[in-house]
Design a protein around this ligand. Structure first.
Ligand code: UN1
Length: 511
């Protein structure tokens, strides 16, 4: 199949059902009026089988009951489930990746990378299942000991976005499960088959390891299903990935019922390119981060802040690289840029290009829709570069598409200021060979983002680090490092073995 040959529904539909069946989904049971379209050709992939908001109640009640049992299972035994899940993901990597390509349009290599990210988090969570450490501390009172114990929170609600339709759920779920929580997942409406396939593999791992029923559940439905999860008092933690607009709605609602939320929202990620940068390396880092995944990662690079001395050369070389990017059928070999998720995403991109032009920008590469004849209902676009006179309104706005803005700087402090002068704070990077610049960039006076890289792009983080960002990105941290703490509650224990009852702070309350 060539890149410009967009497969028809006679190919895509059966492939989707075959892959979902191989992962253990009972496709015959999927019914209902709700349908979803493949970004690859715009054609309907089949019934979704939506649940109603009222079904969220049942799911949360079941998850709550399962939690009471699951929390008694030793953490390393919970880890064994996650280990098995990782093995099943490895076995079904190609099928799950195919579903990711079909439902959200990722190229095969990135879709496989997404599944690999799931396998990696299973490994991480397995190790973590023996490392849920608490601290001990010294007491100011004789014959007393202070310690912290970590306990599972309860039911975790996961709301995930189309662009990482299964990996982000798995970051949350693998960690939540070893922590002793149970999970109710509301996946993206765009990716119900991926979600059911991933959930079916986890169900199998849970059953094989003798876990209680309803430790993991998936509720496929519309925004009202997500809202029911957000508002449910039985959901201890809502971990939500999506737009800042969505987070602005979710955060206060969860806080209002004193639930916890973990938000991973928009980014407006920049790379600074310093005069000493290795331009070959910068070029490769920028092209992957800005045009990869058709610009639809939350970590996608959206701004380049180039030193005036290298800006022209960099712009020229970037434009040359962009022209060569193979755009088309994401499942064809050699394709690097697949489709946008739907027509609305295309409209938003086209409007952003128009606004950026009105704000003084110039398109130096891309900007056009392609393959409209071969796929009239799908939206393939040329990744686009625009030079801008400065960080105008549109530059400070996240547009979820392959649209990269270039601005220039004269001194490094100005570059850092530009890096930080956006409402979002997810990811950032600096290309330099100057060690002082690199150190400053990762210091407290440097980038204000949650992810701060040197000599690599903004996207493609490994699961071992904590993932998330500041400001309008929402402040949450998922995945590696000590992000597990968000899925547990901490108890401070004071144990008195003295036989006396001395009071802290020297208080005398003798009776
Ligand atoms: C996202 O786009 O929501 O760092 C997650 C990355 C991936 C995760 C992206 N590991 O680009």
């Amino acid at each position: 199949m060539s890149r410009s040959q967009i497969p028809g529904s006679d190919v895509l539909g059966p492939r989707a059902l075959e892959a979902a069946t191989a992962c253990g989904v009972d496709v015959a049971a999927l019914a209902g009026d709700a349908r979803h379209d493949s970004p690859v050709n715009g054609a309907t992939l089949g019934p979704i089988g939506w649940v109603a908001p009222a079904d969220v109640d049942t799911a949360v009640e079941r998850a709550r009951a399962a939690f009471l049992e699951w929390r008694r299972v030793p953490a390393p035994a919970r880890g064994a489930v996650v280990k098995r899940f990782g093995e099943l993901l490895t076995e079904h990597k190609a099928d799950l990746a195919a579903l990711v390509s079909l439902e959200v349009g990722k190229i095969t290599s990135e879709a496989a990378g997404e599944v690999q990210e799931m396998i990696d988090i299973c490994d991480f969570a397995l190790g973590l299942s023996r490392q849920l450490y608490g601290r001990t501390s010294v007491s100011e009172r004789p014959g007393h000991r202070l310690m912290e114990t970590w306990h599972p929170l309860g039911v975790v609600g996961v709301i995930s976005a189309f662009n990482f339709p299964v990996a982000v759920w798995s970051w949350n779920t693998a960690i939540a499960l070893v922590c002793g929580d149970t999970v109710v997942w509301k996946p993206s409406e765009q990716a119900p088959l991926c979600a059911r396939a991933a959930a079916a593999l986890l169900d199998r791992a849970l059953a094989e390891q003798g876990a209680p029923a309803y430790v993991s559940q998936v509720v496929v439905g519309g925004p009202d299903v997500g809202e029911a999860l957000v508002d449910h008092p039985g959901v201890a933690l809502v971990s939500a990935t999506g737009s800042t607009r969505m987070g602005r709605a979710v955060g206060p609602r969860v806080a209002n019922r004193f639930g916890r939320s973990l938000l991973e929202l928009g980014g407006n990620n920049a790379a600074i390119v310093a005069p000493s940068a290795d331009l070959d390396l910068a070029l490769r880092g920028i092209v992957f981060a800005a045009a990869g995944t058709a610009g639809q990662r939350c970590t996608t690079m959206r701004r380049v802040i180039a030193h005036r001395s290298v800006a022209d050369e960099l712009t020229k070389r970037l434009a040359e690289a962009y022209v060569r990017l193979p755009i088309g059928n994401p499942m064809a070999e050699g394709t690097l840029v697949g489709p946008l998720v739907h027509g609305k995403a295309y409209d938003v991109m086209a409007a952003a290009i128009e606004q950026a032009s009105a704000e003084g920008g110039t398109v130096v590469a891309g900007g056009e829709r392609v393959l409209a004849d071969a796929a009239p209902d799908a939206y393939y676009v040329q990744p686009t570069i625009m030079t801008m006179p400065g960080q105008t309104d549109i530059v400070r706005t996240e547009t979820f598409a392959p649209l990269l803005y270039l601005v220039t700087y004269d001194d490094f402090d100005e570059a850092i200021a530009l890096n930080n002068d956006v409402p979002q704070g997810l990811s950032s990077s600096l290309f330099t060979r100057d060690q002082a610049e690199a150190e400053l960039y990762v210091s407290a006076e440097g980038s204000d983002c949650g992810i701060v890289n040197v000599n690599i792009g903004t996207s493609g983080a490994e699961i071992g680090g904590a993932f998330g960002g500041e400001k309008e990105t929402g402040g949450g941290r998922e995945s590696g490092s000590d992000a597990w703490r968000s899925y547990m509650r901490r108890a401070t224990n004071t144990i008195n073995y003295s036989g006396e009852l001395p009071l802290a702070q020297g208080v005398d309350f003798s009776v």
